[in-house]
Design a protein around this ligand. Structure first.
Ligand SMILES: [Fe+2]
Length: 274
């Protein structure tokens, strides 16, 4: 792999795929959770899509996320970015125009890049798909890979001299990807960014009506300084709702946080992955 970071900036998370042995009930769960329509796709997977968010739900291992996909600025950005890779594979998605491609990260997960096609339906409460987070056994390797991919490190968490979490951005939003050190590599959560704290109230009220208990929060993360709560989907994969995520210019240096519960929740108890 080339030593210099590639020119990804600015790019945003556009969609991801959540797999399960029984995809249709999971797609229906997300449709109800988000208030978004659910429809079948040609390859047998399901699309749950609303305002600023799209989730492909397919057949696969329980709680898995086989890929996540970034939206680049335009076709010129996409083709220039692709030229910076020596090896890519075609990425076929009903949500992206021709020319999309993917690479594999050190955990084997595909990271896709493309230009969206179609328009969003204005359904449900505001919550734009904003970041994806995984747990990994090879955190340093993942940090190196995602930096060379063109992401910029925003914050890192250290236990002594050892990395325990990294947060990376692909536009001024604090992170569109993050990774936690853990005993096994797996998806961790994905997040919907809302327009403010009152949206967090409205989403939590929605969870109440749906009898979906809040799993963690409300709280405020140290890295990103965002207000949040999380719930679990039926496979135990976590789903986060967030507000007021910090903005950082491209050239701002990363900060360092200690590996302690207060870093993950300035207000109280935390979910420690290691
Ligand atoms: Fe998050």
């Amino acid at each position: 792999m080339e030593a210099m970071p590639r020119e990804l900036w600015p790019a945003r998370l556009h969609h991801l795929r959540r797999d399960s042995p029984k995809p249709e009930p999971l797609a229906r769960f997300y449709g109800e959770l988000l208030g978004d329509p659910v429809g079948p796709l040609a390859d047998g997977s399901w699309l749950v899509a609303g305002r600023g968010r799209r989730l492909v739900v397919g057949q696969g291992a329980v709680a898995s996320v086989p890929y996540f996909a970034f939206e680049l600025q335009d076709a010129a950005h996409l083709s220039a970015y692709r030229l910076q890779w020596s090896k890519t594979e075609a990425f076929s998605s009903p949500l992206f125009a021709d020319g999309a491609f993917a690479v594999h990260d050190p955990d084997g997960r595909r990271v896709a890049f493309g230009i969206p096609k179609g328009t969003d339906a204005p359904n449900g409460l505001p919550g734009r798909l904003q970041h994806f987070v995984c747990a990994t056994t090879r955190l340093s390797e993942m940090l190196e890979f995602y930096r060379r991919l063109g992401m910029v490190e925003s914050d890192r968490v250290l236990e002594g001299n050892e990395l325990s979490a990294v947060f990376l951005r692909s536009d001024p939003e604090h992170h569109s990807f993050a990774a936690f050190r853990a005993p096994d590599s797996r998806p961790d959560h994905h997040c919907y960014e809302t327009t403010g704290w009152l949206d967090i109230r409205d989403w939590a009220d929605r969870m109440g009506r749906l009898r979906i208990p809040l799993w963690w929060g409300p709280g405020r993360h140290g890295p990103g300084n965002n207000l949040f709560f999380m719930i679990e989907d039926p496979d135990g994969h976590k789903v986060e709702f967030s507000a007021e995520l910090e903005l950082m210019p491209k050239d701002m240096a990363h900060r360092t946080w200690p590996h302690e519960s207060r870093t993950l929740n300035l207000w109280g108890s935390a979910w420690m992955r290691s």
